[in-house]
Design a protein around this ligand. Structure first.
Ligand code: ME8
Length: 579
């Protein structure tokens, strides 16, 4: 079912909540970044958005690493939760809340949901023998265990055969319902390749799933007790999934669950999100999520990242890149080059420089400073007039004048019948961006913004305003031609900047300051930060357009060209106060 980008249905986007046994790395930042870009884009569209991220703290591996570091589990969780908070603040994420599963507001409600499932008979006590993956804290089916040679499909560590008396969730009861929901697209599992995988595994049949752990002697007192049975703890995965609901299960926030719910994660944990969680929700009498989107993995310089190889791209390295090339360049690279689809993506320095120069320094940044410089040079930084966006041959008389001027200057264009109808082009680009947003296709959404920049670049090459400027005196309405050209470029780039802003909020705000467009942003609008929805903001020549007489300051180049021969940035040390 398509996302609703036309009306006011609230939009609720989540990331996985991350384990706090260790520090954040590129993978955690990536999922949270795409959630941020989606949230910012939906706010720009005009929707009421809630964006949640946070930390998953009751895992065994958290208490284990805490002990190794001579800390209590809670102390250790707090240190690392702060690291995640810091990293996310640094990445300029606009999350509306940050949940820690050790908070009462989560624990109390998660407990209540489990109690309801117990009372209803959806959770029951029984014996369980299965293959357990200690590194991921999950049981695997016999088929999956065998397929992976009885090793963890994620870490490659050996699986353990465990027998436990446990509480079980009757997942098997929901087989038909799940199949129907996913096949019909009521629950949209994306990308398509992942949906097929999930449906394939679903066909192998569902078993009851364990939802508790028996507390053993010597265990850390860590986790939420099973309601009515102190000998068990709620299995961390089951409790963690509940965070998506616990945090918006309040009078003020329940509209978000009733709106459009989008869960983002990587492919490693799709089963929990596309199967177990929707079934739990259904059993609780709640609506399932609308979209479960599982992206692929980042790898580093061609190699899978792992603890043993010590090649994780940590937040410190991202800080170093941001220091050198700007944070928005890092956000741009990760969002547009990341593993959003079904294939893994490589973080390689050479690729970063290539994309930075091609997309930002030579395209977006260059186009914006070129237009600013021309307005500055030819009209003292004041937009001299407007243009209705129907800038096409043969109707556009100013373009004909421009072409004549170019001919006079001995630079006749190859194809004098070419048209540049900017109003139509920018409106189509905006529509394409909205459509892409429906399926979380953020790369295409941002490319719609870039397509406008490319169009402006082509237009400038085509009608060479800098040549035209030298011919003005020789032409009857030459001034009008130059005005129309520069206005068209500036107005088109203003619209492009809106579409690019979810990925590059700081740089686009800088452009708006330079171009006296700060009226687009509204700091008093706590939800969107914009004065009006995108459809109005992006209307060519509309209320929020560039106006005659508007000042355009020259400003510094938004992105300086990068030198590919310079060494890659080295990780900067983490701020002192942590640890
Ligand atoms: O699984 N590339 O937490 P976690 C891209 N607590 N994304 C990556 C990545 C990579 N190489 N590595 C990790 C958990 N991620 C549970 C979740 S939710 C109710 C509980 C991202 O700390 C990606 O989003 O292991 C992945 O799903 C998540 O981090 C796993 O984070």
């Amino acid at each position: 079912m398509p996302s609703d980008t036309t009306n006011q249905t609230p939009y609720y986007v989540t990331t996985p909540i991350y384990y706090v046994n260790d520090r954040p790395h590129i993978g955690h930042c990536y999922t949270t970044l795409i959630a941020d870009v989606a949230a910012r884009a939906q706010r720009l569209v005009g929707r009421d958005v809630f964006f949640l991220t946070g930390t998953d703290e009751h895992a065994e591996k958290v208490s284990k690493t805490a002990a190794e570091n001579a800390k209590t589990p809670y102390e250790w969780a707090t240190i690392n939760a702060e690291r995640f908070r810091d990293a996310f603040r640094f990445m300029n994420f606009s999350n509306d809340d940050f949940v820690r599963t050790t908070e009462d507001r989560h624990k109390d409600k998660a407990s209540a949901y489990i109690e309801q499932l117990l009372d209803q008979g959806d959770i029951e006590l029984g014996d369980y023998e299965g293959w357990y993956d200690p590194s991921q804290e999950e049981y695997l089916t016999e088929i999956v265990a065998k397929e992976n040679d009885y090793k963890s499909p994620v870490t490659g560590k050996p699986l353990e055969k465990r027998v436990e008396q446990n509480y079980f969730f009757r997942l098997d009861k929901y087989q038909d319902w799940l199949e129907q929901q996913i096949t019909s697209g009521e629950i949209s599992v994306l990308p398509e390749a992942r949906k097929n995988e999930v449906l394939g595994r679903l066909k192998q049949g569902l078993m009851k799933v364990p939802v508790s752990r028996r507390i053993k002697e010597g265990d850390a007192d860590w986790g939420i007790r099973m309601p009515g049975d102190d000998a068990h703890r709620i299995y961390v995965w089951i409790e963690a999934l509940c965070n998506y609901l616990t945090i918006v299960d309040t009078d003020e926030r329940k509209k978000y669950w009733d709106g459009e719910v989008v869960h983002l994660m990587a492919k490693d944990i799709i089963w929990f999100h596309a199967i177990i969680w929707p079934a739990m929700l259904h059993a609780l009498g709640k609506e399932p999520p609308r979209t479960v989107y599982a992206h692929a993995y980042w790898i580093a310089e061609g190699t899978k990242m792992s603890k043993s190889l010590g090649n994780f791209i940590e937040i410190d390295l991202l800080r170093a890149y941001a220091e050198k090339y700007s944070l928005d360049a890092v956000r741009w690279f990760l969002t547009t080059q990341g593993p959003l689809g079904a294939n893994d993506a490589d973080f390689a320095h050479s690729r970063f420089i290539e994309v930075y120069n091609a997309d930002l320094a030579n395209s977006v940044g260059n186009s914006m400073s070129r237009v600013g410089n021309m307005v500055h040079k030819y009209y003292n930084g004041i937009i001299p007039g407007t243009c209705n966006g129907e800038f096409g041959f043969p109707n556009g008389s100013s373009l004909q004048t421009a072409l004549k001027a170019l001919e006079n200057a001995g630079k006749a264009v190859d194809d004098p019948t070419r048209t540049f109808r900017f109003a139509e082009f920018t409106s189509n680009a905006t529509d394409n961006a909205l459509r892409a947003l429906e399926t979380v296709d953020l790369e295409s959404m941002l490319d719609s913004g870039r397509s406008i920049v490319r169009h402006v670049d082509e237009f400038i090459s085509y009608c060479a305003p800098f040549t035209l400027a030298k011919q003005l005196d020789a032409l009857d309405d030459g001034d009008h031609a130059l005005t129309s050209i520069l206005y068209s470029c500036a107005e088109a780039l203003r619209i492009a900047s809106l579409l690019l802003s979810p990925a590059m909020p700081e740089k686009m705000a800088e452009l708006w300051r330079n171009w006296s467009c700060s009226h687009l942003a509204d700091p008093n609008n706590a939800n969107s930060g914009f004065v009006a929805p995108l459809a109005e903001l992006a209307r060519w020549g509309g209320e929020y357009s560039i106006k005659k007489g508007q000042q355009i300051a020259k400003g510094d180049a938004l992105f300086m060209r990068a030198d590919a021969s310079e060494p890659a940035p080295e990780p900067a040390p983490e701020p002192e106060r942590i640890g």
